[in-house]
Design a protein around this ligand. Structure first.
Ligand SMILES: Nc1ncnc2c1ncn2[C@@H]1O[C@H](COP(=O)(O)OP(=O)(O)OP(=O)(O)O)[C@@H](O)[C@H]1O
Length: 733
């Protein structure tokens, strides 16, 4: 085996799932960068590595160094130190500051940081506050070195080491030796796979109880990530035995241990054994129970006459359709009501009429939606304040990613009526929190389109409530004349019913461009975004046009489209500052999306923004516009992981948002993604124009494929049970 030492200059490729990395590295005595490939845990630019491995020749890429073992070492050269500091590992230091510091102290930089950090005050831009931040962060880095060294013996990189250290401090090594699987449970950002990797390297037995328990739990968590509220026991054992490469027999024992610890709940009902993560089980039960209570414990039904309806119609300047009228009557009578319908069927208009009705009754109404963008649209269409559900419930964030809500059973919302829009995006946990905060006697009105993609989180809440047949539902199915003008709306309904859309009708808004090969589809999309559509309808490529794609990978997947669109619409320039993070480049002017909820910064999964500037200290400032204001949010160092480029979005990420123009590739090169509800969801995101680029064959397959994966959940059964038990108890409800 050959040993090399070098500095990471660039990360060309990084696979988040398995850590496979392609990196460019400068090595001693070699002017050219070498390409190193191998499995790394979160490599950073600037890290100095000792690599062991062998040279290979790739047919397209030529010489590559295949890394078998690696170790991170502290840099010794001026350039190495600068790169190391510039990588963002130390809070308060980014590339610009790194340059300034190294210019001042050269090779002695790390020594100064360790022994006489006050000297940093001589560097322009470092004051007392910043010095404190830097010294704290650097000494934390030093403290983590022991554990890092320990971990590196097992091939684990510094990024993971820092997370472990933050959690366990000086107990880190001890805990790792006892049971590395605790990491999966207790350290935010470390999953079973990493813990298993560490454990295996440390020589832990494959069939140790710790491993089996952690693996089983991981299989349940994975099922939840795929949208299931539970997993049938047999299926779970099968999956876990595959994952862990062990027989099912020893898993049974681990399973009982987990059940005893109350990490999971096994429900033996409906003639089967189903396994839940405890939180999902209790949430699902509570949702059914509270829906029943709200339905049963309504305050007095409100009186509604023809005159009331007339007045509403007058105020809203509209003649209500039969179903809309029915929605108002049912809202007056019942504690819980579902209003569902596709695009253009009058949901928003019904909400407006309901607002008018409740205003006349002098009842206090809260409007809410699961995402910031959906709430913003509610404000725009109703002219009334609307909040995200999180904000309505006064969330509080905890460090480890947990949360608590200020509004709950003990301190419920004081509104008399809660109207929630975009209900298809609400998962079982959020529904549980919402229902806990609605006081018995108040009214809950759930509005949404049951045919949209289900929530990202587990459960099919809206669909299952409707399927229970116990909660009153009004289905709006009339497409109003005004909406019929739009081919987008007409075709969305056709697609939903399994019919081929009307395409390329003159002067309409639904276009299909036949292009066969993925490389040509890509070219067409780029050309349309940059030139054709802006010329056609005066659309701004950044503000108005949104590329949405069903694929993550491949030529027309999210990653590649973002790469190409960024280069096309916001190319590199000396005037625009950049921030490099792993294989990503963020540039001033970029369109970005927040990809996880951040309660501290009050930005949420799905919020879209623009990078307005990157300051001298490499803080990336993003401007987000919500319903009320434009807000600037700062991202520093690794926080940037919460952002992704948003020139192209996956269909899932586009849920709940609307855009003037949508362009979507549709190709048979990714068969599995050709699904009716994906297409339907993407099409309904467009307001003025949609262009599908691909083949009619792919479009046909998508329309015909209605076998979207059924999510495991028992909400519907539980609601039915709640209602029938109530009848059983006292003869009536
Ligand atoms: N009773 C009605 N009579 C005539 N037009 C109506 C009526 N109700 C709604 N409309 C019109 O139909 C169109 C669609 O209505 P609305 O926006 O309320 O539907 P929606 O279901 O919320 O649609 P989307 O989901 O696409 O936002 C609007 O132009 C609205 O003015």
């Amino acid at each position: 085996m050959i040993e090399l030492e070098g500095v990471v200059e660039r990360i060309t490729y990084y696979n988040e799932e398995n850590g496979f990395t392609v990196a460019k590295i400068t090595v001693k005595d070699n002017d050219d960068l070498i390409t190193a490939i191998g499995y790394f845990h979160c490599l950073e630019v600037g890290e100095v590595l000792k690599l062991r491995g062998n040279w290979t020749i790739h047919k397209d890429y030529g010489h590559q160094f295949k890394v078998e073992f690696y170790e991170t070492i502290m840099p010794a050269t001026v350039r190495g130190i600068e790169n190391y500091l510039a990588s963002g590992v130390i809070r308060g230091i980014g590339p610009t500051m790194a340059k300034k510091i190294v210019k001042e102290f050269g090779e002695k930089t790390l020594e100064v940081l360790s022994n006489s950090p006050e000297k940093l005050l001589s560097v322009p831009g470092i004051g007392e506050k910043k010095l404190k931040m830097i010294t704290e962060s650097y000494s934390q880095q030093q403290e983590t070195r022991d554990i890092m060294l320990f971990l590196q013996e097992y091939g684990i990189g510094p990024n993971v080491a820092v997370k472990i250290y933050k959690n366990y401090k000086e107990k880190s090594i001890q805990i790792l030796k006892q049971n590395p699987y605790r990491l999966a449970d207790e350290v935010y950002g470390i999953g079973f796979k990493t813990a298993d990797y560490i454990a295996q390297k440390m020589g832990m037995e494959r069939d140790s109880m710790e491993r089996l328990c952690a693996g089983l739990k991981y299989a349940v968590v994975k099922a939840a990530d795929e949208g299931h509220v539970f997993m049938p026991l047999e299926e779970l054992l099968y999956k876990a035995s595959e994952l862990l490469s062990v027989e099912k027999e020893p898993l049974n024992q681990a399973f009982l241990a987990l059940e005893e610890k109350k990490d999971i709940v096994v429900e033996r009902a409906w003639g089967r054994e189903d396994v839940y993560l405890a939180a999902f089980y209790y949430s699902e039960k509570a949702v059914a129970r509270r829906l029943f209570l709200l339905a049963a414990m309504i305050d007095e039904p409100l009186e509604i006459t023809d005159e009331t309806i007339n007045e509403i119609e007058k105020c809203c300047n509209i003649r209500l359709a039969k179903r809309q009228r029915e929605a108002i009557e049912k809202a007056a009578q019942h504690g819980v009501l579902v209003i569902t319908g596709g695009p253009g069927t009058g949901k928003t208009t019904t909400i407006q009429s309901l607002l008018e009705f409740f205003k006349k009754q002098e009842l206090k109404v809260a409007l809410a939606a699961p995402t910031g963008r959906a709430a913003k649209r509610m404000v725009e269409t109703t002219g009334v304040e609307a909040k995200t559900i999180h904000r309505l419930l006064e969330y509080n964030a905890y460090e480890q990613g947990g949360m608590a809500f200020g509004k709950n059973q003990d301190d419920p919302l004081d509104e008399d009526v809660i109207i929630v829009d975009e209900m298809s995006m609400v998962d079982i946990i959020l529904m549980h929190h919402l229902l806990s905060a609605v006081r018995p006697g108040a009214r809950l009105i759930l509005v949404g389109d049951k045919d949209q993609l289900p929530s990202v989180g587990p459960g099919s809440v809206l669909r299952e409530i409707i399927e229970s047949d116990k909660i009153p539902v009004v289905v709006l199915d009339e497409i109003f004349r005004q909406a019929q003008e739009s081919m987008i709306i007409v075709n969305a309904h056709r697609i939903n019913k399994g019919y081929f859309p009307y395409i390329n009708v003159k002067d309409k808004d639904f276009f299909f461009e036949q292009v066969l090969l993925p490389e040509d589809i890509l070219e067409t999309i780029l050309e349309m975004t940059k030139n054709r559509l802006p010329n056609y309808g005066d659309f701004d490529p950044l503000e108005d046009i949104q590329v949405i794609t069903p694929m993550k990978k491949g030529l027309v997947g999210v990653a590649n489209l973002n790469d190409k669109l960024q280069f096309l619409l916001n190319p590199p320039s000396r005037r625009k500052k950049e921030y490099h993070y792993r294989a990503c480049v963020f540039r001033e002017g970029d369109k970005v999306m927040q990809i996880k909820n951040n309660y501290d910064k009050e930005v949420f999964n799905g919020d879209l923004g623009r990078i307005v500037r990157i300051d001298d200290e490499d803080v990336v400032i993003v401007s987000f516009a919500d319903a009320w204001q434009e807000r600037e949010v700062a991202y520093q160092g690794q926080e940037i992981e919460e952002l992704s480029l948003a020139y192209a979005l996956s269909v899932h990420k586009s849920q709940g948002s609307e855009f003037p123009v949508v362009i979507m590739p549709i190709t048979t090169s990714h068969y599995v993604m050709l699904q009716r509800n994906l297409l339907y969801t993407a099409v309904t995101r467009a307001k003025k124009l949609i262009v599908l680029v691909g083949t009619k064959q792919a479009l046909t397959i998508a329309i015909q494929n209605n076998r979207s994966l059924r999510r495991y959940g028992h909400l519907s059964d539980r609601i039915i049970d709640e209602f029938s038990q109530a009848i059983f108890r006292d003869g009536s409800i």
